[in-house]
Design a binder for this molecule. Structure first.
Ligand SMILES: Cc1ncc(COP(=O)(O)O)c(C=O)c1O
Length: 303
């Protein structure tokens, strides 16, 4: 079984919180493992067990800077499981730091075109991959499947304070879906989409929870207003916010997911979204390995 570190709850102090009567805590899931970001560790936990019982090889999908690819490669190395990463787009020359790390962990990288990637889940394409690589345990893009929900649901019992709202960043929505399972319809969950115009996100979340336990939850809301231009895009406001947040709280954020979510939470607080005396817990889902790629390839400033 994968080993986990402690993930403390850190209280944030800021005049804006005082002014609006909101208590904000950060669940430091980024501290769960040095190489597997919080939500990735949670998603992989039961998938690794299943892979070990099935065929000792995991095949999964991701983009060239994917936190999921990085974490799966690290998990495979730690657990002695062979990993294959099917990567969207041409092979970069040289490999970027995410892919180089994955390869150094022993992950076999296989590059496919963007159009092939769109069709990656078609039965005939999975069959073709099995023909090429032999039998494997398939983990979907972003690691979001029923066993991932089971792992993410366990975050709830690790939050040992009473709270009203639980916030997480969303890509595929798997993490939020798992939190909803753990919350069993109680309290409110907010997901902050890192993608622009991902209108199917709620549908994805409902589908994932339905597949897991035939339940659709209504105690959540996805907020689509804080993508800052879309996946891996950023604005100067985001940079300034992250700088200030890091300085005040000594918590490093990533520009793709957690930076955007925290700016969103602060903005909602300023707009009076949370009632007085609300307690809000925000998950720090990690993703810090992606910072170097953002600096090198997207011009994100080193903070
Ligand atoms: C750091 C980080 N936070 C949040 C997410 C969103 O997770 P999900 O795809 O489960 O919505 C991801 C997904 O890749 C991530 O890497």
């Amino acid at each position: 079984m994968l080993k986990a570190g402690d993930t403390p709850l850190q209280k944030i102090t800021d005049s804006i919180l005082k002014q609006h009567g909101v208590n904000l805590w950060v669940k430091r899931e980024d501290m769960i493992h040095p190489l597997m970001s919080g939500n990735k560790w949670r998603k992989l936990k039961y998938n690794l067990e299943a892979a070990k019982q099935k065929c000792q090889t995991i095949l999964t999908f991701g983009g060239a800077f994917s936190n999921h690819i990085y974490a799966t490669a690290a998990a495979g190395k730690e657990e002695g499981i062979k990993t294959i990463g099917v990567i969207r787009g041409d092979k970069p020359q040289p490999l970027n730091s995410t892919l180089q790390f994955a390869q150094d962990c022993g992950m076999q990288l296989h590059f496919i075109s963007r159009s092939q990637y769109r069709d990656k889940n078609l039965v005939q394409n999975i069959k073709a991959l099995k023909k090429q690589f032999g039998d494997f345990y398939l983990v979907s893009e972003g690691g979001s499947n029923s066993l991932a929900l089971k792992g993410c649901a366990e975050i709830i019992k690790d939050i040992d304070i009473n709270f009203d709202y639980l916030c997480t960043s969303c890509g595929t929505g798997g993490t939020l879906a798992g939190l909803l399972v753990g919350l069993t319809g109680k309290k409110r969950a907010l997901g902050f989409s890192a993608l622009k115009g991902f209108t199917n996100l709620e549908k994805n979340i409902d589908q994932l929870t339905f597949e897991y336990n035939q339940t659709k939850y209504h105690n959540y809301q996805v907020i689509h207003d804080y993508h800052f231009g879309g996946y891996a895009k950023f604005t100067q406001d985001l940079v300034d916010f992250m700088k200030k947040f890091q300085l005040q709280n000594e918590i490093l954020l990533d520009p793709i997911y957690t930076g955007k979510m925290f700016l969103g939470i602060y903005d909602l607080i300023s707009n009076g979204f949370f009632p007085q005396n609300s307690t809000v817990v925000a998950l720090h889902t990690g993703g810090l390995q992606g910072i170097e790629g953002m600096i090198k390839y997207r011009g994100f400033p080193r903070i």
